[in-house]
Structures are given as structure tokens and as C-alpha cells.
Write a protein that binds this ligand. Structure first.
Ligand code: ADP
Ligand code: ADP
Length: 226
């Protein structure tokens, strides 16, 4: 649970590219926030700065008032889910979901309990001992979500998580994601180039263009003709 404040943040790469320019956004605790814009507009760069994969050039990032842009990625407890599933083919579903907790050296009983809990929420219980290769695309996507939620992160950062799925599955997963987020009430930033996702999923939407926020509002504000 966390409120995330992006305060006047800029990213300038060493070649001079300004991928993100003076962006200020407040993502309230529990909000499902959508960042929508075309390829190359700076969406991934912004997420990378929040998780700590890229340093910010200027500005400040705060979670519940605490400055996080000076922290190591491992001390930020942000969960990123990429479009490529980033789950391990040689591990079972259970092992995949347990992995972040193993890394964090959590006790065995806690790991078992959190994995079972996540599996219940994601309806993956019957697949816990299977390998990813024997699962459908949507099920694998849920395993990736499971890996993200076991750590009970302060925020989820989802970078086009549905873009590798076929159209039918994408619509189905969209509904599932929305339900999951409402259930967990975890602050979420969801990045997409797909306007229909922005319209149907989010509590709030920011329209991003060439590194700049052009408009912020509810899907209703932004996509309903006056
Ligand atoms: P999006 O996620 O919206 O597709 P990106 O954040 O990946 O956009 O990229 C934003 C801009 O920054 C693009 O012009 C891209 O070419 C540029 N960019 C991204 N990473 C780097 C980098 N490491 N060095 C220089 N330019 C970069
Ligand atoms: P996306 O699918 O989010 O648009 P890209 O395919 O543009 O991502 O970029 C993939 C990787 O390459 C990212 O890590 C990004 O930082 C890096 N990158 C993108 N554009 C550039 C660039 N102009 N110079 C250097 N690295 C870049």
C-alpha cells in the first residue's frame, strides 16, 4: 500500500536524448493508473526509473513521503511485470512463484503460505507442480503475476503485460487483471500503447507524448466527447 509521487522528473540519456521531461504525477494509494502513449514516448524509461533500473537525471520520486530514487532497486520493493513473461522454464509454477521469497531468504513456512495464497487468488492451485511449457499463455501470465504479488510490493509496474497475447486472451486477461488489482488494492502503474486498455482498465489515465504528460484524468474525462 503506497502513494507514489513523481515530482518533476527528467531523464536525459548520455547521447542527449530526453526520454522523459519534467513529468509530475501523483498515483494514489491503491489506484490503477494507466500510462498510455505510442512506442518511443518514454513509458518504459519512466518505469525503469521507478524500479531503479535507470537513474533519474533530475527531480524526485517519493513513496508515502520517502524519497526512493536514491535507494537501491532491492530496497524499493516495486514489482515489475514485463511483456515477456520472465518466468523460468525449468522451474515448476510453485518454484517460480517462490523464487523472489527464496532470494529474500524468507523462512520455508512463510514461502509455502504466501505461494499458496497467491495461487488461490490467481486460480493456479491445480497447476503448482507443472512446468510453464505445459500451461497456456494466460496461465503463464498469471504465474508472472504470482511472482510479483508474493513479495507484497508497494506497487506493481506493468509494462505492456498483455501485448504478447492473442486478441481474445488479451481481453480475457484484461478483465482478470482488473479484478485482481481491485482485490489486492495494490498501487499499480500500467503502461500501454493501447487506448482501449486505457479506457477499460484504469482509475486514472495519463496521456504521454514524446516524454511529456499531455493530459491526466479519469477514462471518462479523457475519452468521452463533451
Ligand atoms: P516507450 O517505452 O514509450 O516505447 P522508451 O522509454 O523505451 O519508450 O524510449 C523513450 C525514448 O528514449 C526513445 O526515443 C528511445 O529511443 C530513447 N531511449 C531509450 N533508452 C535509451 C538509452 N539507453 N539511450 C538513449 N536513448 C534511449
Ligand atoms: P520498448 O519495447 O519499450 O519500446 P525498445 O525495444 O525501444 O523498448 O528498447 C529496448 C531496450 O533498448 C531498452 O532497454 C531501452 O532502454 C534500450 N534502448 C531503446 N532505445 C535506445 C537508444 N536509442 N539507444 C540506446 N538504447 C536504447
Amino acid at each position: 500500500m503506497a502513494e507514489l509521487i513523481i515530482d518533476n522528473v527528467t531523464k536525459r540519456f548520455s547521447d542527449g536524448t530526453e526520454a522523459v521531461r519534467n513529468v509530475s504525477l501523483t498515483i494514489q494509494d491503491g489506484q490503477f493508473f494507466i500510462l498510455v502513449g505510442p512506442s518511443g514516448c518514454g513509458k518504459s524509461t519512466l518505469l525503469n526509473m521507478i524500479v531503479g533500473l535507470e537513474e533519474i537525471t533530475q527531480g524526485e520520486l517519493r513513496v508515502d513521503g520517502q524519497v526512493i530514487n536514491t535507494l537501491d532497486p532491492k530496497d524499493r520493493n516495486m514489482a515489475m511485470v514485463f511483456q515477456s513473461y520472465a518466468i523460468y522454464p525449468h522451474m515448476t509454477v510453485r518454484e517460480n512463484m517462490a523464487f523472489p521469497l527464496k532470494l529474500a531468504k524468507r523462512p520455508q513456512e512463510e514461502i509455502a503460505q504466501k505461494v499458496n495464497q497467491a495461487a488461490t487468488i490467481l486460480e493456479l492451485t491445480e497447476f503448482l507442480d507443472r512446468k510453464p511449457a505445459s500451461l497456456s499463455g494466460g496461465q503463464r501470465q498469471r504465474v508472472a503475476m504470482g511472482r510479483a504479488i508474493v513479495r507484497q510490493p508497494q506497487a506493481f509496474l506493468l509494462d505492456e503485460p498483455l501485448s504478447n497475447l492473442d486478441a481474445k486472451l488479451r481481453v480475457q486477461m484484461r478483465t482478470e487483471l482488473s479484478r485482481l488489482q481491485k482485490r489486492l488494492r495494490t498501487t499499480t502503474i500500467y503502461v500501454t500503447h493501447d487506448q482501449s486498455e486505457a479506457m477499460t482498465l484504469g482509475d486514472r489515465v495519463a496521456i504521454f507524448h514524446q516524454g511529456v504528460v499531455q493530459q491526466v484524468g479519469t477514462p471518462r474525462d479523457l475519452y468521452t466527447a463533451p
